[in-house]
Design a protein around this ligand. Structure first.
Ligand code: TEU
Length: 529
């Protein structure tokens, strides 16, 4: 393990332009044959990630959890779940990743715990008005018998955001708030014990050598005084707007300032917030110099393959951070979002557009987040059998919304048949037979594969001086196309029309599709210097 505390902190921190690789541990690689990916599987594949050339890994939650929401329901924030292999295996992952010059960022979940967390069990046992209940958001119900929830808030996963508990005498009692599943009770961040415990968890992992955190629902935590009803009730699942009282309350910034003080004790480490806030000014508040280092900007992931919208997303993302001197982040997908190949139309066009978009993304100034499997061009799996679905959204929506499992299907590594080397057992979600063509093994052999494109692009981004500088300038381009130039001189041209265009002057260093007679085909991107 490197002792970076002794090293001088460089003026440009490592994370500013890093390529992060998001590992969804359940789905990456399984080392023990139980069909669920684990840290041993990740350790065994670190060579693959080094070959891919990424700077850092972001591990989705691996803490102890009953797995009601794929690990985002944490029952012990200072231990690794046995399903993933235990704490010694995490130490190995960190040490080996560091040996291979990759950083490791863990996912922390401050907004809620698991309902199996000792604190929540104690809260249930202790009864109304107790200090145990004061760590969560317990309230009496409305109506004469208290049998209506305390307010009208819906859960992001469907149904009400409140569940009524049974008190010790067996009678229906208070309600507790859960913005996500009932198995994920919201913590009361006004209780000093909550912040203290979270800080303890941060130090616990930082002391073990992790290089930072992805902070789950970083726009959550703070709640409005009195928990008022939501005006203009918004019952969409997995989605919300900026005025939603469940999120983005001003008190959240005080929390981030407090957490930043802990981060500053570990100057090399980074905190990246999951911040679903649309307004640029309000988004920027999260990355002021004394709050989070970076925040996920989801505009590109929400943008269809249209140049006007892509250009808007880029401008907005850059503007949102420029005002506060923070750096941008870019992401096309993650474990909550439909995979980009599918989002861009699927099939050959979806693949071509995803290739074009990764070159666009890697040409931008800032940090890039690659979700595991994107480098293989995996499509969403939209025909999983009902019985296989695990996302709480499926049950909570009364089987009307299938949820996010389609982007969480395990990775195909090798061979001709499922489970494609992912496991020696039965994968936790079935893997499509057609993925025989998308295995790592097959794609390593072909220069024209998605994987080879990622490898070449990431390498060029590191070694070429033309990627230098924080800024970009838009460049004239024909309708349906866009072009920008980086400070260092890289020119990135995207053709989103359905016919080829003539490239401007310059040497092509990489293109997402073959260039003949200086023509950039439809649905593709080229890098020129
Ligand atoms: O997601 C938070 C969140 O708000 C998402 O549900 C978001 O609204 C939606 O995905 C937008 O499409 C985080 C995690 O990324 C997610 O996997 C967890 O289920 C959730 O927190 C609860 O911890």
């Amino acid at each position: 393990m490197r002792d970076e505390s002794a090293e001088a902190v460089p003026s440009v921190p490592w994370w500013r332009s890093a390529v992060f690789y998001q590992v969804y541990p359940r789905s990456f690689a399984d080392s023990d044959g139980d069909g669920v990916g684990d840290l041993g599987g990740l350790r065994d594949k670190l060579g693959y990630l080094e070959l891919l050339g990424v700077d850092a890994l972001w591990l989705c939650p691996v803490m102890r959890s009953p797995m009601a929401d794929g690990g985002y329901d944490v029952s012990d924030p200072r231990d690794i779940d046995p399903l993933f292999g235990g704490i010694a295996t995490l130490d190995e992952v960190i040490a080996e990743a560091h040996d291979r010059r990759m950083r490791v960022v863990m996912d922390l979940v401050p907004n809620h715990t698991s309902d199996q967390h000792p604190w929540f069990r104690a809260a249930l046992a202790a009864g109304p008005g107790s200090p145990e209940r004061a760590r969560y958001l317990f309230r009496d119900g409305r109506g004469p018998n208290g049998d209506a929830p305390p307010n009208n808030w819906p859960s992001i996963f469907g149904g009400p955001a409140w569940t009524r508990v049974r008190e010790a005498d067996g009678r229906p009692g208070q309600w507790y708030l859960h913005i996500f599943a009932p198995e994920q009770p919201d913590l009361n961040w006004e209780n000093p014990e909550v912040a203290a415990d979270f800080e303890q968890a941060m130090r616990f992992w930082l002391d073990r050598g992790v290089d930072g955190f992805r902070i789950d629902v970083a726009h959550g935590m703070a709640k409005p005084a009195g928990l008022p009803d939501m005006a203009g009730l918004d019952t969409r699942l997995l989605s919300h707007n900026d005025d939603d009282p469940r999120f983005n309350n001003p008190g959240v910034h005080q929390i981030h300032r407090r957490l930043r003080k802990v981060m500053d004790e570990y100057p090399h480490a980074v905190a990246i917030g999951e911040v679903w806030v649309d307004d640029n000014t309000r988004f920027g508040e999260y990355v002021r110099p004394d709050e989070l280092h970076m925040a996920f900007n989801f505009r590109l992931a929400e943008t269809p393959f249209r140049v006007d919208r892509i250009r808007d997303a880029v401008d907005n993302s850059l503007n949102a951070v420029a005002a506060v001197g923070a750096s941008a982040t870019w992401t096309l997908s993650n474990h909550d979002i439909e995979r980009e190949v599918t989002r861009y139309g699927g099939g050959a066009a979806g693949q071509a557009r995803a290739r074009a978009m990764i070159l666009l993304e890697l040409a931008l100034p800032g940090a890039v987040f690659v979700y595991n499997g994107a480098e293989l061009g995996l499509p969403n799996v939209d025909d999983l059998p009902d019985a296989a679905l695990r996302d709480p959204v499926w049950e909570r929506s009364g089987h009307t919304q299938r949820g996010r499992d389609g982007c969480r299907v395990p990775l195909p590594w090798e061979g001709e048949r499922s489970p494609f080397g992912f496991t020696t057992g039965t994968p936790w979600l079935p893997m499509p037979p057609a993925w025989a063509q998308l295995t790592v093994e097959k794609q390593l052999e072909r220069l024209d594969s998605m994987l080879s494109l990622y490898r070449m692009a990431i390498e060029l981004r590191v070694v070429r001086p033309e990627f230098a500088g924080p800024g970009l300038e838009w460049y004239g381009s024909p309708p349906g196309c866009l072009a920008f130039r980086r400070d260092g001189g890289l020119l990135c041209v995207l053709n989103a029309t359905d016919s080829a265009i003539l490239l401007p002057a310059g040497d092509v260093v990489l293109a997402s599709a073959p260039i003949t007679a200086r023509k950039l085909p439809a649905n593709s991107t080229a890098w020129l210097v």
